[in-house]
Write a protein that binds this ligand. Structure first.
Ligand SMILES: [Zn+2]
Ligand SMILES: [Zn+2]
Ligand SMILES: [Zn+2]
Length: 156
């Protein structure tokens, strides 16, 4: 399990670990981890914050990649489809997955003060109810907003 964005840590370790896991996953599944896809994942790994497609696009443009919206959207589609990144619906933004390649049901803790997002495991709360209703769950979105420990401590 990777570090949470809510605790101080050596973030270069997060970047190296996640990129390594992404490379391994692509090699295993025969997926193309193109320079563009890799760069988008690196941009998402800048910090434990969710980034909108246009922020990503700005940084791609600065790096000399094509700064056309479909470029960013296609790379983000690839990353989310293969579990390397997740979309935070509430923020309409994206975040790098902290443990790609592992089957998991992510839940997100979103600090509304500093915009740090921590990924955690979602409780299978709707499971029994959905089953009782004969409903087949494809995905559950759990996004909690609140205040992270650092921001709570910073308040008088
Ligand atoms: Zn980190
Ligand atoms: Zn994840
Ligand atoms: Zn915070």
């Amino acid at each position: 399990m990777s570090q949470s964005g809510f605790t101080p840590h050596d973030h270069s370790g997060c970047i190296a670990q996640t990129l390594g896991a992404a490379e391994a996953l692509c090699a295993r599944e025969g997926l193309q981890f193109t320079p563009l896809r890799r760069r988008v994942l690196e941009i998402l790994l800048t910090g434990h914050k969710a980034l909108g497609a246009y922020e990503i696009l700005d940084r791609l443009g600065a790096d000399g990649f094509s700064a056309k919206p479909p470029t960013a959207y296609r790379a983000l589609e690839f990353l989310t489809a293969h579990g390397l990144a997740h979309k935070i619906e509430r923020l309409n933004a994206y975040i790098a997955c902290t443990h790609p390649g592992e089957a998991h049901n992510p839940a997100f803790l979103i600090c509304t003060d500093c915009e740090t997002v921590a990924e955690t495991e979602a409780p299978a709360a709707v499971g029994p109810a959905a089953k009782a209703a004969g409903f087949k769950v494809k995905a559950t979105t759990v996004e909690a907003t609140g205040t992270c420990p650092a921001c709570q401590a910073a308040r008088p």
